[in-house]
Design a protein around this ligand. Structure first.
Ligand SMILES: Cc1ncc(COP(=O)(O)O)c(C=O)c1O
Length: 357
């Protein structure tokens, strides 16, 4: 797809703040955005233009019936070469197509997605921070824009990509976080849209999230919708537990997101001699195994947070402390391997890093 370039003059462009420790998560955006329209049955008008507001019809489908999907991915400054690399972007391109299909939206083609990222990040590259724990966060978004209140899938869409330099997702950095296990509300049901990265999954989680935050917890751990028994995933991460030296995570049964970090962690773990099982675990087994000393570590894995050790679960009014609230050796090893590849500190035997040309 041909992209029109409508760029800011060099003299008006910014760059990442010198003090990278002040970045926080997504407080500022870069100079440009990519945008393309689907109308008259084809993708067209692809443009890279100065970052700015969208103008939408007040009856736009996304505002009423939530036809919306997005992706979350990162570009990392390479320590040795100073280049900027995307991490497994083809996985996000594919997942976005899968989310679009589930939400009956017009997918943005995978090769155009990858091309748009190359072009946009190529232009705004100097916004990529360099310290460990920082990166350029990328938010590809697809919304239904047809202005019409009858309930049906939109005939028109906008696909856009915005970029924001970010620091660590959790203020704790790579230190244990506290997680609230939600007993009443649920995130996703079998046959529903849990596997799609669609905004509704996140808006439906906000009430439980606020409750967790107010009680001093960072995220919500979701249980299955039917029995409120099996552990599914955490707000923005897939969840892992180490029991009797085996790493467990929930299977991809349609209710949880197919995390890119989850997939990477499983490969890294297996290739480094760990045993991994994709199996359903009950919250009762997790609590019992922690108390008996069999469960030695828990950690979440996701693009935003990378690997986040979990030091406490709050379930049924009880605080369950994991590994004395310390970072365990498995989480540490996997964090070093994953971030080592992402920042180009160690060899990337999988070809996961895709350099911005
Ligand atoms: C609900 C949910 N689960 C898991 C993940 C982790 O997925 P990934 O590793 O692709 O970022 C995310 C983050 O995108 C998420 O929002």
């Amino acid at each position: 797809m041909q992209t029109i370039l409508n760029l800011k003059p060099e003299s008006e462009r910014g760059s990442v703040p010198e003090d990278e420790s002040s970045l926080g998560f997504s407080k500022i955006f870069t100079d440009h955005m990519f945008i393309a329209e689907f109308k008259d049955e084809k993708w067209q008008n692809a443009e890279i233009k100065p970052f700015g507001m969208l103008t939408l019809h007040p009856a736009a489908n996304v505002l009423h019936y939530s036809q919306e999907i997005f992706e979350g991915m990162k570009a990392f400054k390479q320590e040795k070469t100073n280049g900027v690399s995307l991490f497994r972007p083809e996985m996000n391109a594919k997942r976005m197509v899968a989310s679009a299909k589930r939400m009956d939206m017009e997918p943005f083609p995978e090769e155009d997605f990858l091309d748009a990222l190359q072009q946009l990040i190529g232009i705004d590259k100097k916004w990529t921070p360099k310290s460990l724990g920082t990166s350029l966060y990328i938010r590809p978004t697809l919304i239904g824009t047809q202005g019409m209140l009858g309930l049906k899938s939109s005939d028109e869409y906008l696909f856009y990509v915005i970029l924001t330099p970010v620091g660590p997702y959790f203020p704790e950095g790579f230190n244990p976080i506290k997680i609230y296990v939600e007993e009443k509300y649920i995130r996703a049901v079998e046959g529903g849209v849990g596997e799609a990265k669609t905004g509704g999954n996140y808006s439906a989680s906000l009430l439980a999230f606020k409750k967790a935050i107010n009680l001093g917890y960072r995220q919500v751990l979701w249980l299955d919708a039917k029995e409120h028994k099996y552990v599914e995933e955490v707000g923005t991460m897939n969840q892992f537990f180490v029991i009797d030296d085996i790493i467990y995570t929930a299977p991809l049964d349609g209710t949880i997101l197919r995390g890119v970090t989850r997939d990477s962690v499983i490969k890294l773990a297996k290739d480094n001699g760990y045993k991994v099982k994709e199996e359903k675990l009950t919250i009762d087994k997790i609590v019992e195994s922690t108390k008996s000393g069999n469960l030695t570590e828990a950690f979440g894995a996701g693009t935003a947070a990378s690997i986040a050790p979990v030091g406490e679960l709050f379930y049924k009014n009880e605080k369950v402390i994991i590994n004395d609230f310390k970072v365990g050796p498995t989480s540490k090893k996997l964090y070093e391997l994953l971030t080592g590849i992402q920042y180009g500190r160690i060899e990337d035997p999988y070809g996961w890093n895709v350099l911005i040309k």
